[in-house]
Design a binder for this molecule. Structure first.
Ligand SMILES: C[S@@+](CC[C@H](N)C(=O)[O-])C[C@H]1O[C@@H](n2cnc3c(N)ncnc32)[C@H](O)[C@@H]1O
Length: 219
């Protein structure tokens, strides 16, 4: 994503450090439930971008907590401003890279992960950077509890096929799969992300897979 950082972005971000921006998420490892005491479960979105998806989800489900991770921290200003405007109590953000996930979450701490329009990393030598690569799925399996969900949407069929292959090798069980989400009845509940809106406007079909984590007791 090409993105020019806004002026004074550091100062703007710092102003949310006591509220919506978690500066040192490693300090919350194993303790996220104490941060969101009124919430029964905790979900993570990796690569939130400008955060529209997580914002809608947190408004729909005030008894669940939502953590947004984004490696381009300047993008989080808009997410924090929106959360503040609505005084949301069940959402926060971190400007971090998912490659270090285990530094921020304890084993079995999360109830689910959302991946929306993750970067495709088209060249095969870049495959390990894909958020649905087997190495990343292993990280998700570790920080998520048995029965946790994983949802992934993309417009990119090649990335989708690659991801399905990785999921089949993982401890995730696929419970829903479509190559054209917006033709499905279940699409009524779908939250359209910023990238999804752009792809829909271009006439592209949206692929989606939903999985449940079935942890192997022998591992
Ligand atoms: C194509 S954008 C999609 C944004 C948003 N999810 C949407 O659907 O509109 C992908 C986002 O993921 C972020 N991202 C990519 N790899 C990441 C990683 N390893 N950790 C955290 N964020 C990542 C990028 O910075 C970018 O903002």
């Amino acid at each position: 994503m090409r993105y020019r950082r806004p002026k004074y972005f550091k100062e703007k971000l710092e102003s949310f450090e006591d509220t919506y921006l978690v500066k040192q998420p490693e300090q919350w490892k194993g303790k996220w439930r104490t941060k969101f005491q009124d919430c029964k479960d905790i979900f993570l979105e990796i690569g939130v971008g400008k955060g529209q998806f997580l914002y809608e989800l947190s408004k729909r489900n005030p008894k669940s907590a939502y953590i947004g991770m984004e490696k381009l921290d300047a993008l989080l200003i808009q997410s924090c401003q929106r959360a503040e405007r609505e005084s949301l109590k069940n959402i926060c953000f971190m400007g971090k890279n998912a490659s270090c996930l285990e530094e921020y979450f304890e084993e079995n701490e999360l109830d689910g992960i959302y991946l929306n329009f993750s970067d495709p990393w088209k060249k095969s030598k870049q495959a390990k950077r894909r958020l649905t690569h087997g190495l990343m799925l292993e990280k998700y399996e570790k920080v998520c509890r048995n029965g946790a969900i994983l949802e992934f949407k993309t417009d990119n069929e090649e990335l989708f096929e690659f991801s399905l292959g990785c999921l089949k090798e993982s401890q995730y069980e696929i419970v829903f799969l479509t190559y054209d989400l917006h033709q499905e009845e279940s699409c009524e509940d779908n939250i359209v992300t910023e990238y999804e809106r752009n792809f829909l406007n271009l006439g592209k079909k949206i692929c989606k897979v939903k999985c449940i984590l079935k942890k192997n007791a022998n591992l």
